[in-house]
Write a protein that binds this ligand. Structure first.
Ligand code: FEO
Length: 406
């Protein structure tokens, strides 16, 4: 991939990372892109470099070479975020040049020392501080704590109005032909929505309240261009990604997505039989739903679908006096990501003892999930016609609640 010019003196350098788990755990069916940016005034700054996932920044250095920039001539390394997908190349950079300054927040400086042992040549900045690169290029810094780590900031280039927002306004999905919002087809937009949701659910959701504040900061800066650390650059309509992120925050905090997720597991098919009846009912009612079997579905996928859901149906058998563990573990992960306030209904089979409902309550309490349940239902062994009718009534009651909120 070649460097891509955003405006005079500003370039995007991108590498796709393929076949990997983000943060070592989240699957990325369409992989991911990591962006770095060059701002050239009289002096040169690189914003959020990247390294290959093996820690070696070969691709970054190749792209600098294509721009005819000798890494040794770079004056400033602006580190918006210390997570190693953006900062892992700094150690290699030190082998090339000692004559540079690292620009970052106070909290990032502490992490810089911890990760790379670097304490010298550090310029600590806070909201409103500026760095004049000469030639009309001025960088202004804005702290954005907990987007997604506590040390994060965003950098605005004043002349062009380009906001380098790092993780904020990012999405999964590798970049190939399309690099800007105005190049996206209708199909690209559908893919972006999928990968934006996946990224937000897995990376941002826990910090939705802080992300909400940072969205306001970004909006008030009135950026002409939004250039994130992952995904496409928004140059035609930066307001679109701002609105998209507001919507994702509402999905997380207010459960406004409108979908229904059916989260289920089954040992010998008894709970599954009831699940099939529920799927038929949801289809008959024209509900947009996601049926996710556990443990066959990854937690990353579960979080993505629950993010856009206002209603969740939990279907799990009892296992050794408790809930079928893969479903319980998925609920724990949903709780950790603070996807609160869903409407919900639970059902499932039990053999020689019940226990799912007690564990469900414990998980809801432990993570303060504030899900509102319509009365749940457990059946002994195989669900008879009467049991299935009771489950269907529970689903109808849940759908009523979801519709009331919508
Ligand atoms: Fe793109 Fe939080 O790392």
């Amino acid at each position: 991939m070649k460097p891509i010019k955003l405006s005079e003196g500003i370039y995007k350098l991108t590498a796709n990372v393929e076949g990997l788990l983000f943060e070592g755990m989240w699957d990325m069916p369409r992989d991911a892109a990591v962006n770095s940016y060059i701002v050239k005034g009289d002096k040169t700054a690189i914003i959020d470099g990247f390294c290959d996932w093996d820690g070696v920044p070969e691709k970054l250095f190749e792209l600098l070479e294509a721009l005819e920039i000798d890494p040794a001539t770079i004056d400033y390394l602006v580190v918006n975020h210390m997570e190693p997908d953006h900062s892992g190349w700094i150690r290699d950079f030190k082998g090339i040049s000692e004559d540079f300054e690292v620009v970052l927040t106070k909290k990032a400086a502490a992490l810089m020392k911890a990760y790379y042992g670097q304490e010298e040549g550090v310029r600590i900045v806070k909201t409103g501080d500026r760095l004049d690169l000469g030639g009309g290029k001025v960088l202004e810094f804005h702290e954005a704590p907990n987007v997604h780590w506590p040390e994060t900031m965003m950098t605005l280039e004043k002349e062009s109005g380009t906001l380098f927002s790092c993780d904020m306004f990012g999405a999964f999905g590798k970049l190939e032909q399309v690099h800007f919002d105005d190049e996206m087809t209708a199909q690209d937009r559908l893919v972006f929505e999928e990968e934006g949701l996946r990224y937000f659910a897995n990376v941002m959701a826990t910090f939705s309240s802080q992300v909400k504040k940072a969205i306001t900061v970004a909006e008030n800066l009135g950026p002409a261009v939004i250039a994130p650390g992952h995904g496409i650059v928004w140059r035609q309509n930066p307001g679109e990604i701002i609105e998209t992120y507001k919507r994702y925050v509402d999905y997380a905090l207010e459960a406004t997505g409108g979908d229904v997720t059916l989260l289920w597991g089954s040992m010998y098919g008894r709970t599954e039989e009831a699940v099939r009846r529920v799927e038929a009912l949801l289809e008959a009612r024209g509900v947009r739903y996601h049926s996710l079997q556990l443990p066959q579905t990854t937690f990353g996928e579960v979080l993505t679908r629950v993010l856009s859901s206002s209603g969740v149906i939990v279907a799990a058998p009892t296992y050794e006096y408790q809930m079928f563990p893969p479903v319980a573990m998925a609920l724990e992960e949903i709780g950790r990501k603070k996807l609160c306030g869903r409407k919900a209904f639970s059902f499932g089979s039990y053999g020689w003892a019940t226990g799912t409902e007690r564990e469900l309550e414990e998980i809801m309490t432990r993570y303060r999930m504030k899900w509102e349940f319509v009365p749940g239902f457990v059946f002994n062994g195989r669900a008879g016609e009467e049991d299935l009718t009771t489950i269907e009534a529970g689903i109808e009651a849940l759908l009523d609640k979801v519709r009331q909120e919508g």
